[in-house]
Design a protein around this ligand. Structure first.
Ligand code: PEP
Ligand code: MG
Length: 591
């Protein structure tokens, strides 16, 4: 573990992670541990066993008090029906079988109570989750939630809820899900630091779009800080400084000032068009996860929405959104952006975005990113897929909509998806519901097989959007959320650069426009390479638009093409990266 003591302060130490979302924050930590937290396991000495059971009792009592308090708050602020959910939680805490079994496990193994309770409660959760009855299955969620609370109380950790982050805090989590991140209040979360994760995990993408500084992959940080520890989070260099000294604070204050004045310069520049020094216009669009983000995209002068990740509508609601609910959400974005285009991507659930509490729809998998995900899942759940397709078609009547399928692997799958779309068109037509009959339909190119058959897919698509986040993970066989191999996730690998060029070439031969909507598009170090390779449009989190536009305005397209030609001839990712970085540094001065 990279680790450094600062001589000026006994307690200061620096931990290196992965820079995931830019920005610097200073504040106190709020430790957030998810339910599948690794609990410490140790043997309890025979003389201390009575105390250990008493410790368990105290944790149960405290948990009951906490749940009862939440129940009365919810009753007062929301309603009696919602408050009743917590009766189920209280019942779990009274459950003789669960508690009795935990104590028996303790008596027979002598392991600490956290271990015993975790083992027994996990068995219960598993058993509930497998029951063929929706009501009982949902109890698994209640049980998991309460078990988490009991474990936290046993471990002496503060009550955790990201939604109820009352004060401004740096959230330090073992992991964070995309929906938890989306539920964060920007004014409450100063920064996010996670033990696991990588630059392209969906939670990080959400953090970036919310402009919350983030450092991920910090391994065991949550064990090395406690609630209330003071930290600096440096989302530029991927560093977390715990207990910073006065001199460190001063140094970071200066860095922050410089970055802020540069950001002000970027924002000023953002009012100008995205045109290179030799007069070539570049289309810059925004990626959004929620309808409300379209306003930000507009404020940052995006020339459309290049990727609307609709699955977040599903991840953020308690039940699967109906056709009408989806229609309203899509229409809101489409109307706001009109006449600019909105590329609505059909559901990309699965992978690191399963629907919580829906084990029947998302069975546990060994390889979720290579599993039952995105279009594969939609083609198996056509009722849900059709609701969405109809909602998108209906929204197309209110502005300019392009529809895009994620994770297309080849022509056959595209044809199956299009057949379902055709059924939806006919159903709406029969009912006289208006929609754009010429709505362009395109595919994400993010699976190597799609890249290899880009010439064939191009015959059946109106446009391509390259999902570099996935394309890189599949081409290089690097799990995009595994921090251990994050250093091998190389966007400038010659295989990637060559594949991008091939996709663009095939698309252009068929007069298709090509955009890149993976994280690579929003990184000013990579943007010139993509443009030089011929990519027509870059789509990114709205917050990144000013930096990319700044770079475009400081470069010529002929230089970008020369950079791409050079990259195509190089042999290693590091050489190509070095050329891209030098290109960027020669044009952008932060001071
Ligand atoms: C991608 O894979 O590059 C992409 C944009 O899609 P997502 O990150 O949602 O998988
Ligand atoms: Mg993808």
């Amino acid at each position: 573990m990279p680790y450094r003591m600062d001589p000026s302060s006994k307690n200061e130490f620096t931990v290196q992670g992965i820079a995931a979302s830019e920005g610097i924050a200073y504040g106190q930590v709020f430790v957030y541990l998810q339910s599948d937290v690794e609990v410490p396991s140790y043997q309890v000495e025979p003389g201390k066993r009575v105390d250990e059971i008493a410790r368990f009792d105290r944790a149960l009592v405290l948990t009951r008090q906490q749940v009862a308090k939440i129940k009365s708050e919810v009753e007062k602020n929301i309603g009696a029906e919602e408050a009743a959910i917590f009766d189920a939680h209280l019942m779990v805490l009274e459950d003789e079988a669960l508690i009795g079994e935990t104590i028996r496990e303790f008596e027979s193994t002598g392991r600490n109570m956290e271990t015993c309770f975790h083992q027994v409660s996990s068995r219960y959760v598993q058993a509930f989750a497998e029951i063929d009855d929706e009501y009982l299955r949902e109890r698994a969620g209640d049980l998991r939630d309460v078990a988490q609370r009991v474990l936290q109380n046993l471990l002496g950790q503060a009550e955790n809820s990201l939604k109820r982050l009352a004060e401004q805090r740096v959230v330090a989590a073992n992991d964070i899900t995309p929906s938890e991140c989306a539920s964060l209040d920007r004014s409450g979360a100063l920064a996010i630091v996670t033990d696991s994760g990588s630059k392209t995990s969906h939670a990080v993408i959400v953090a970036r779009s919310m402009k919350i500084p983030a450092v991920v992959g910090v391994r065991d940080l949550t064990r090395r800080v406690t609630d209330g520890s003071w930290v600096i989070v440096d989302g530029y260099d991927g560093v977390v400084i715990v207990n910073p000294s006065e001199s460190t604070l001063f140094r970071y204050g200066k860095i922050q000032e410089r970055k802020k004045s540069f950001e002000a310069r970027l924002l000023e520049n953002n009012q100008l068009p995205a045109v290179t020094l030799d007069g070539v216009g570049v289309t810059l669009m925004a990626n959004i996860e929620k309808a409300t983000e379209a306003t930000r995209a507009k404020n940052f002068l995006a020339q459309g929405i290049g990727l609307y990740r609709t699955e977040f509508l599903f991840l953020n609601s308690a039940s699967i959104p109906t056709e009408q609910e989806q229609f309203l959400a899509y229409k809101e974005v489409v109307e706001l952006m009109a006449p600019l285009p909105v590329v609505i991507r059909t559901l990309d659930l699965g992978g690191d975005k399963p629907l919580a509490g829906k084990a029947d729809l998302f069975p546990k998998e060994n390889n979720p990113f290579m599993g039952f995900r995105a279009i594969r899942w939609c083609l198996e759940h056509q009722d849900i897929f059709k609701d969405q397709l109809r909602a998108i078609l209906m929204a197309s009547h209110f502005g300019k909509v392009d529809l895009m399928y994620p994770m297309i692997s080849g022509v056959g799958e595209l044809a199956r998806a299009n057949a379902v779309l055709e059924e939806c068109r006919q159903e709406l037509q029969a009912k006289g519901v208006p929609f754009d009959v010429d709505m362009p339909v395109g595919a994400m190119i993010e699976i190597p097989s799609a890249a290899a058959t880009a010439d064939l897919l191009a015959k059946h698509c109106a446009f391509f959007s390259i999902g570099t986040n996935d394309l890189i993970q599949y081409m290089l066989a690097i799990d995009r959320v595994n921090e251990r191999i994050a250093h091998l996730y190389e966007p400038t690998h010659p295989a990637i650069v060559r594949t991008l060029q091939k996709i663009v070439e095939e698309a252009h031969q068929r007069k298709l426009r090509v955009s890149v909507c993976g994280e690579m598009a929003g990184d000013p170090v990579f943007a010139p390479l993509l443009l030089g390779l011929g990519v027509d449009c870059l789509s990114m989190s709205p917050a990144w638009l000013p930096a990319v536009k700044y770079l475009i305005r400081a470069t010529t397209m002929s230089d970008a093409r020369a950079l791409a030609a050079e990259a195509l001839a190089l042999e290693s990712a590091s050489e190509i990266y070095a050329r891209c970085e030098a290109f960027y540094r020669a044009r952008v001065k932060i001071d």
